[in-house]
Design a protein. Structure first.
Length: 683
C-alpha cells in the first residue's frame, strides 16, 4: 500500500497537513478538522467525499494509518508506542484498523513477507510482472472510481451523531416497577448527554412517544435524529432485567442489541456499560473527562438511589404537586446518604421552580443551602451548578449565575435546561446578541416540542434571535414556521411585521400592520408604543401623540415602569405639540435613565440625549464610543437611520464616517458569527 499523498488537491493537502499536525491527539476528529479548516461538518463531508470517496472520519483514520506505516518502516518504536503517537488510544484497536487497511497486522512490517511458501511465490510474481500488474491495478482503480462516481449521487451524508432515548417499557405486571424502568431510561439519557460529540434530545421531547404507535422512521424524522434507543426492563427481586437496542433510523435496523440480567447492586456498572457501548456503536468520541462523568456513581447507597428514582417522575413533571412530592422523596434519599449531591441539587431546583413566578420569595435560604451542599459533594455536576445558578437568579445576582451555567454546560453539553437559561440570559438579563442566537439554535437542536403551540414559541424565539443579529431572511423563515405551527401565536404577527420592515423598509405598510395588530388587542402596550414610534419616525407627530398619550395613561394606570428608553421620543413629540412642560419631564427622566444605564447601549442613548440638548460634538464622541461595541441589536442600524432626533447630527462632518464604521463592524461581526455557527454545526 502506497504512503503517498491521498490526492494532489490543495484542499486535501491542507486537510492532510492539519491531521498530521494533530496526529497524536486521540480526541482530534471531524469537528476539530472542520473548525481548523473554517468549514461546517456537512461542507467538509461533501468536499472530502468528492475528492477521496471517503467520509471525514475515514480520511482521518487513513492519514493516521499511513503515518503509522512510515514509522513502522523505520524500526524505531514498538507497535504500542506508534499506536499512541498516531492517535489510537487502544493498541488492539490500532492493530484491528491496520489489518483491515493493509491486509496484515503491523507486526509483519519489516519482515519483508509473510513467512510461508506462498509469500515467496508472491514476491517473485510481483517482481517479475510488476509493470503489468500495476497497469491492471490502474485499470481496476479507474473502473472502481467510475463506479463510485456513478453512485455518488446516492451516497448519503455521514450520519450525524444525533440520538434520542425513547421511554423504556415496563415488562413487569407490577406497575410500581415503572419508576425503576423510567429511572434506567433517565440514567442512560443522562450519561449520553455528557458526551459532547453527541446531540442528545431532551426527555421532555421524547415523553410523548411513551404510548405512541408511530414507527421508528416517523419518530426519528419528527425528532430530527439519526439514532434511536429503545429499551424495556423490569426489576424482579434483586435482579434487573433489561433489553436494549440502538436503531439506525435511516433503515429501521438495530445496529446494537443487548440483553442484560444483573443484580440490582450492579445497576451503576450496567448503566455505564450501556452508555459506552452505544457511544462506541455510533463511533462517538468520548474524552477522558467525559468518561469520568459517565463512570461517576451518584451514590453508593442503593436504598438512597431507589428513593431518588422514585422522585424523578414527579420532579420532571414540573407541577407544584409533583415538585412537592419529589422534594419529600429526595429528602428520604439524603437520609440514607447524607452526601447524595444529585438529591441536594434537585431539591434546590425544585424549591426555585415552586416560586419562580412569585413576587414574595420564601425558599431563598433553602435553595442556597441545598445548592451549596450539592456543590460540596460534587462540584463537577451540571445539576449542582444549575442549582447554585438558580440561587443567584433568585437574588438577582445575574453576573454570578452566568459562570455557573456556562460551567454546567461544560460538564453536560446536552443540558437543555442550561441552554434555555443561557439563551434567556443573553436576551434579557445580560444582552449579547451573538450568544443569544448561539444558545437559541442549540435549544432548537435539543428540544422538540410535544405540541404545536410550544413548537411555535420555540421558533418565535429563534426568529427573534436571528433578526437581532441581522439574519433577516432566516428570521422570516422561522417566524413563518412559528405561525404555521400556531396561527394564533400571541407575539409572532407583531415580530413578523418588524422583520418585514427590516426586509423592505416600507414604513407605511409596517405602520398599518402594527395598528391592525394593536386593534386586535388594545391591552398590548408593546405594540402600542411601537405604533407611536412608527408615526414618530415618519414625523407624523399628531398621530404619534395620539398613541403615546394612550401609552402614558396605561403606564400610569397600572403603575408600570417599562420602556424608559422611549422617554426621549415621547418628550420630542410632546414638544412638537407645544407641551413644553410635559416634554421637559420626559427629557429629564431620559437623562436619569442614561446615568443609570449599565448596558452596551449607554453610549447610543447618550447620543440622542446630547443631540436633543444641542451638544452635537458630545453626541459624535458618544457615537464613536458606540462604534467600538459588539453584539448589539440589528434594530439600532434599522432605526438610527430614520430617527428624527438624529437629523441635526447628520450635518456633522464626522457623522457619516462614524456611522460607516459602525455598519462595517456590525456586518463583519455577523460574517464571523455565521462562520462560527457553521463550524459548530448550528446553521
Amino acid at each position: 500500500m502506497s504512503s503517498t499523498s491521498i490526492t494532489e488537491s490543495d484542499f486535501i493537502n491542507q486537510a492532510n497537513t492539519i491531521v498530521l499536525e494533530n496526529i497524536s491527539n486521540e480526541q482530534f476528529g471531524v469537528s476539530g478538522l472542520a473548525e481548523m479548516m473554517n468549514m461546517s461538518r456537512s461542507n467538509l463531508l461533501r468536499k472530502i467525499k468528492k475528492e477521496t470517496q471517503l467520509s471525514p472520519s475515514q480520511f482521518i483514520n487513513k492519514v493516521r494509518l499511513i503515518k503509522s506505516m512510515e514509522m513502522l518502516e523505520q524500526h524505531k518504536w514498538t507497535i504500542s508506542e506508534i499506536s499512541y503517537q498516531v492517535g489510537f488510544g487502544s493498541t488492539s484497536y490500532f492493530i484491528k484498523c491496520f489489518r483491515e487497511y493493509y491486509g496484515h497486522p503491523p507486526g509483519e512490517v519489516g519482515k519483508g513477507i509473510l513467512v510461508d511458501e506462498n509469500s515467496a511465490i508472491e514476491v517473485n510474481v510481483l517482481s517479475r510482472y510488476k509493470w503489468q500488474m500495476l497497469t491492471a491495478l490502474s485499470l481496476i482503480v479507474i473502473l472502481i472510481s467510475v463506479l463510485l462516481l456513478h453512485k455518488e449521487s446516492t451516497v448519503t451524508n455521514e450520519i450525524e451523531k444525533s440520538i434520542a432515548v425513547l421511554p423504556f417499557k415496563n415488562e413487569s405486571s407490577d406497575s410500581l416497577n415503572l419508576y425503576f424502568v423510567n429511572g434506567l431510561m433517565e440514567s442512560a439519557l443522562n450519561k449520553l448527554q455528557k458526551i459532547g460529540d453527541l446531540r442528545v434530545i431532551s426527555r421532555t421531547s421524547v415523553e410523548k412517544y411513551r404510548h405512541s404507535n408511530k414507527d421508528i422512521q416517523e419518530i426519528a424524522k419528527e425528532l430530527n435524529v439519526n439514532y434511536l434507543v429503545e429499551g424495556s426492563g423490569q426489576r424482579v427481586g434483586d435482579q434487573v432485567l433489561l433489553n436494549i437496542q440502538l436503531i439506525d433510523a435511516s433503515n429501521d435496523r438495530p445496529i446494537w442489541v443487548e440483553q442484560y440480567s444483573r443484580e440490582v447492586r450492579d445497576v451503576f456498572a450496567l448503566q455505564n456499560e450501556v452508555a459506552k457501548k452505544i457511544a462506541s456503536a455510533i463511533e462517538a468520541t468520548v474524552t477522558p473527562a467525559e468518561l469520568e462523568q459517565i463512570e461517576k456513581k451518584p451514590t453508593e447507597n442503593l436504598i438512597a438511589y431507589d428513593y431518588y428514582l422514585q422522585a424523578l417522575d414527579p420532579f420532571l413533571m414540573r407541577t407544584d404537586k409533583g415538585l412537592e412530592k419529589a422534594i419529600g422523596l429526595f429528602e428520604k434519599a439524603i437520609e440514607q446518604d447524607p452526601e447524595f449531591a444529585l438529591a441536594f441539587a434537585n431539591i434546590a431546583i425544585s424549591y426555585y421552580l415552586l416560586e419562580m413566578d412569585h413576587i414574595e420569595k420564601q425558599y431563598t435560604d433553602k435553595i442556597n443551602s441545598y445548592a451549596d451542599k450539592a456543590l460540596l459533594y460534587d462540584s463537577k455536576s451540571d445539576a449542582s451548578l444549575i442549582a447554585k445558578a438558580f440561587y443567584y437568579i433568585q437574588i438577582k445576582e445575574y453576573q454570578l449565575a452566568l459562570p455557573h451555567l456556562e460551567k454546567a454546560l461544560n460538564y453536560n453539553p446536552n443540558s437543555s435546561l442550561a441552554v434555555q437559561m443561557l439563551a434567556d440570559f443573553y436576551f434579557r438579563l445580560i444582552p449579547n446578541t451573538n450568544k443569544y442566537l448561539e444558545y437559541a439554535l442549540k435549544g432548537v437542536q435539543l428540544n422538540v416540542a410535544n405540541d404545536s403551540v410550544t413548537q411555535s414559541y420555540i421558533y418565535l424565539g429563534l426568529g427573534n434571535a436571528l433578526i437581532e443579529n441581522g439574519f433577516v431572511n432566516e428570521a422570516m423563515t422561522y417566524i413563518n414556521k412559528s405561525l404555521t405551527y400556531d396561527p394564533k401565536n400571541y407575539y409572532a404577527p407583531y415580530l413578523k411585521t418588524l422583520i418585514l420592515f427590516a426586509k423592505d423598509s416600507n414604513i407605511e405598510t409596517a405602520t398599518k400592520l402594527l395598528e391592525r395588530e394593536w386593534q386586535n388587542d388594545t391591552t398590548r402596550l408593546d405594540i402600542l408604543q411601537d405604533v407611536a414610534n412608527f408615526h414618530y419616525y415618519q414625523e407624523n407627530y399628531n398621530r404619534a401623540f395620539f398613541y403615546f398619550e394612550k401609552f402614558i395613561k396605561a403606564k400610569e394606570t397600572y403603575g408600570l415602569d417599562i420602556y424608559p428608553h422611549e422617554d426621549i421620543k415621547i418628550g420630542m413629540v410632546y414638544k412638537k405639540m407645544g407641551l413644553d412642560t410635559q416634554a421637559a419631564k420626559f427629557f429629564s427622566a431620559y437623562a436619569e435613565f442614561c446615568e443609570t444605564d449599565q448596558s452596551i447601549y449607554k453610549s447610543a442613548s447618550l447620543v440622542t440625549k446630547y443631540v436633543q440638548e444641542g451638544e452635537n460634538d458630545q453626541a459624535i464622541d458618544q457615537l464613536k464610543v458606540f462604534a467600538t461595541q459588539d453584539n448589539y441589536k440589528y434594530w439600532f442600524l434599522v432605526f438610527m437611520e430614520i430617527d428624527p432626533l438624529i437629523k441635526p447630527l447628520k450635518n456633522h462632518p464626522e457623522f457619516e464616517q462614524v456611522m460607516q464604521k459602525i455598519k462595517d463592524r456590525f456586518w463583519e461581526n455577523q460574517l464571523n458569527l455565521r462562520k462560527s455557527l457553521e463550524v459548530k454545526g448550528l446553521i
